[in-house]
Design a protein around this ligand. Structure first.
Ligand SMILES: *Cc1c(COP(=O)(O)O)cnc(C)c1O
Length: 359
């Protein structure tokens, strides 16, 4: 490894105090974090430090103007004991694209992947071995300069923290119940930040998703920003539908996040000879298909949730449910196939996984 971060280890690990069987998603962090600073026009001084607070000046541009981007990935421990990353170069490229969109100096892809590997090697014992569990990885890049003017910062920090996680949706496995959001949008139709993993996107979703949760739904189904007509994403996940034997997903554009899981599922479907249509899907088309009995399956996908069946959509006074009991056969098969590759149970024909050397 070329990165050679300076390592400052914790005096004693917190791992023994962690109850892995009762993890709440994203609340428990491992012992260490990776840190790197951007100063004087360059990224440098990679370090692995004990997990802890990061000083931020009260007038920092990140805090006031959300010049912050992040990533979301996982490290998987296989039955063979090996720890694997899944398509980390895709996340590196997406982080670079997000940085460019927010005028943040990008981090070199190799440096990004080496940083993750170095951190996970130090905290290897935190990668759970329980089936379906993983070490969630959260890289974040933010401006640390204090300045009231809205302009690019001269100082940034890149931090990576990790969190052991169980399965994302624990509520019985009966599939997601989503409320179709017809008022708020996640992202404008064009020219916004919807295709970037920019912190600014997420604050705007909380009101909708909390409202939906209070009404008993798991999340919202987002429609497009211009007409509130076309299906975009399910909460913070990409979405697929199977209608009359055809598998469809909304096309990537300015307002849809290009998920690594989405891209991988399209590849796996094409491997099986199942064509995937990347096209706009009107909510009325979904409703009509449900009424006609041709809406076979719906599922959401993302790193955290993997492949999550959708059991129903609440749209105005209608309840839209797929024909197949959840998880439908395609949803279940894709979950098995994807996690099979991620956990090293099955062959990896696309060379998607990278082993973390733990020394
Ligand atoms: C991260 C994210 C996804 C899923 O991306 P993956 O790379 O598959 O984890 C989908 N939608 C939104 C809004 C996201 O932030």
């Amino acid at each position: 490894m070329s990165l050679n971060p300076k390592i400052l280890r914790v005096r004693s690990s917190r791992l023994a105090e962690v109850d892995l069987d009762n993890l709440i998603f994203g609340e428990t962090f491992s012992d260490h974090m990776f840190s790197m600073r951007y100063e004087d026009g360059r990224w440098g001084s990679p370090e692995i430090l004990p997990y802890g607070p990061v000083p931020l000046p009260p007038a920092s541009i990140a805090l006031h103007y959300a010049q912050t981007v992040f990533e979301g990935m996982k490290a998987y421990r296989g039955a063979d004991g090996a720890i694997r990353l899944f398509r980390p170069k895709r996340n590196a490229a997406r982080l670079r694209a997000s940085c460019e969109r927010l005028c943040i100096p990008p981090i070199d892809d190799r440096v990004f992947v080496d940083a993750l590997k170095a951190l996970i090697a130090v905290d290897a014992d935190w990668v759970p071995a329980l089936p379906g569990y993983a070490l969630y990885i959260r890289p974040v890049v933010f401006s640390t300069e204090d300045h009231i003017e809205v302009r690019p910062s001269r100082r940034y920090r890149f931090i990576v923290v990790t969190a052991p996680v169980g399965r994302y949706f624990t509520s019985g496995g009966g599939g997601l119940s989503l409320k179709v959001e017809e008022h708020y949008t996640r992202s404008p139709a064009e020219g916004g930040l919807g295709a970037s993993k920019a912190a600014a996107n997420y604050a705007g979703t909380i009101l909708s998703s909390e409202g939906a949760r209070r009404e008993g739904f798991d999340q919202v189904l987002w429609l497009d920003g211009r007409e509130r007509r076309y299906v975009e994403e399910a909460g913070l996940m990409n979405v697929f539908l199977k209608i009359a034997g055809r598998t469809v997903t909304p096309p990537i554009g300015d307002s849809i996040l290009p998920g690594v899981t989405r891209d991988s599922l399209i590849a796996l479907l094409r491997d099986r000879g199942v064509p995937v249509e990347e096209r706009r899907i009107a909510i009325d088309e979904v409703l009509a298909a449900a009424r006609a009995g041709t809406l076979e399956e719906m599922f959401a996908c993302g790193t955290a949730a993997v492949v999550a069946p959708i059991a129903n959509l609440a749209y105005r006074s209608e309840a839209i449910a797929p024909r197949e009991a959840v998880p439908g056969p395609l949803t279940g098969a894709l979950y098995e196939e994807l996690t099979g590759i991620q956990f090293g149970r099955t062959a990896d024909p696309h060379g998607w996984t990278e082993i973390v050397e733990t020394g």
